[in-house]
Design a binder for this molecule. Structure first.
Ligand code: NCD
Length: 413
């Protein structure tokens, strides 16, 4: 980091030695009593945790279908208040967190525009965060500054260890760095899709046995292990890609294919490459869907495809000039390309999609493989499950579901 000029910069520097540690040394600090307290990066989740969280999200989803279930959920956390501190544009993440809070009865408050907060009077971000922790019980934050959420978690831990009030921090997107809760909803969408159970979640629901008899699908299994997942677009600056790739790396035999222009800002960054290499994940970097994988074009080999938009807002004039010769049409889907994909392969996108770039033209929305609207709705359920976990209400949800709900509604039949 360059020489700090402001207190904000000095504050971040204070935590630099902690920020630079390997993930495995940091994660215990984000937990309390064996439960996740601060949600900072996807490297802190394990497969059993992801399974457990998906189970809670499924229960919340089902309970929300009835008035009685909604009443139970809304009475779980009415004594909790959340601060949504979003100083970077957001629609889905903000609204789905708000809706998730509302499902559980948590009261929401927001600061979205720093010009309406005391930061314009010279207040540091750390002072703002500490103030929020005086009034609220969780801080859900999005910031253009990489690692700010992580530093705020250390601030909260330091306050805690000196006997001061301290609340959980949830990272809702930190610069180009990480977006762990988006990765949770992406994984949840893939988990549901690869169950091949419901037509809303899978393009080929209830056709699993039939699929396995088809030419080319013989080795198909349920679940995430051994799947080939493609990522296309702005891999370098896409924090959702970074967070999801690290989660997929947890599953046995998963293979990742990154389809991006060979440009330093758009292709995979070294830190992600090194993390994947460290984990011995099999991955390929290609420049087009037509490049080959196991002797066939990539587009025909994917079990799922994660599209992203090109994040032009981060371009400086030199980037724009150096990108002028790139053929970007290769990084957009067409009905013809989708037609060549595996019949069961879901198409995801963190959204927003860019209508001008057209990485997913609306003609594709009616294809059963288009899972992005479902994926956005899944965000509300998985975020509700996550907040229930953070506030220790998940056990109450599963107890209620197992006794009252399952018996009364008998979903086991
Ligand atoms: C993304 C983000 O903000 O990182 N969107 C999201 O949270 N759903 C991706 C983007 O802006 O392209």
């Amino acid at each position: 980091m360059k020489r700090p000029k402001t207190q904000d910069e000095r504050d971040l520097l204070l935590y630099e030695s902690r920020l630079l540690r390997p993930v495995r040394l940091k994660t215990p600090e984000f937990e309390r009593g064996g439960r996740i307290r601060h949600v900072i990066f996807s490297g802190q989740f394990s497969v059993p945790f992801l399974e457990e969280l998906a189970g809670i999200a499924d229960m919340i989803r089902l309970m929300s279908k009835s008035r009685e279930g909604q009443d139970f959920l809304i009475n779980l956390l009415p004594h909790k208040r959340a601060m949504l501190y979003f100083t970077q544009p957001s629609t889905r993440t903000f609204l789905s967190f708000m809706a998730a809070c509302q499902v559980l009865g948590i009261t929401c408050n927001e600061v979205r525009d720093p010009s309406t907060s005391s930061e314009t009077k010279g207040e540091t971000r750390f002072d703002s965060i500490r103030m929020f922790s005086s009034y609220f019980d969780v801080i859900i934050m999005r910031s253009p500054i990489a690692r700010l959420a992580e530093s705020c978690a250390y601030l909260m831990n330091d306050l805690d260890s000196t006997g001061n009030r301290s609340v959980p921090i949830v990272n809702a997107g930190s610069g180009a760095d990480e977006h762990p809760t988006q990765a949770l909803l992406d994984i949840y969408t893939l988990q549901r899709s690869f169950q091949f159970a419901s037509p809303k979640d899978s393009p080929t629901a209830n056709k699993f046995d039939e699929l396995r008899e088809r030419k080319g699908y013989a080795g198909l299994t349920k679940g995430l292990p051994h799947k080939t997942i493609g990522f296309c677009g702005d891999i370098g600056r896409g924090r959702t890609v970074r967070s999801l790739a690290m989660l997929l790396a947890l599953y046995e035999g998963v293979r990742l294919v990154f389809v991006a222009p060979n440009h330093p800002k758009l292709a995979m960054r070294d830190d992600l490459r090194h993390r994947l290499l460290d984990r011995k994940v099999c991955f390929h970097e290609v420049e087009s869907f037509e490049d080959t994988l196991d002797g066939r074009p990539v587009i025909e080999q994917l079990d799922a495809l994660y599209m992203t938009r090109i994040q032009k807002e981060h371009n400086d004039p030199a980037d724009a000039a150096s990108m002028a010769s790139i053929d970007f049409s290769r990084y957009g889907l067409t009905p013809e390309l989708v037609g060549r994909m595996k019949e069961y392969a879901p198409i995801l996108h963190p959204f927003p999609r860019d209508q001008h770039f057209g990485e997913i033209p609306p003609e594709i929305d009616n294809d059963p493989r288009a899972m992005y609207f479902r994926q956005a709705r899944n965000g509300m359920w998985i975020r509700a499950a996550l907040l229930a976990h953070v506030f220790d209400a998940d056990r109450l949800i599963s107890r209620h579901f197992m006794t009252d709900y399952v018996e009364r509604h008998n979903y086991n039949d």
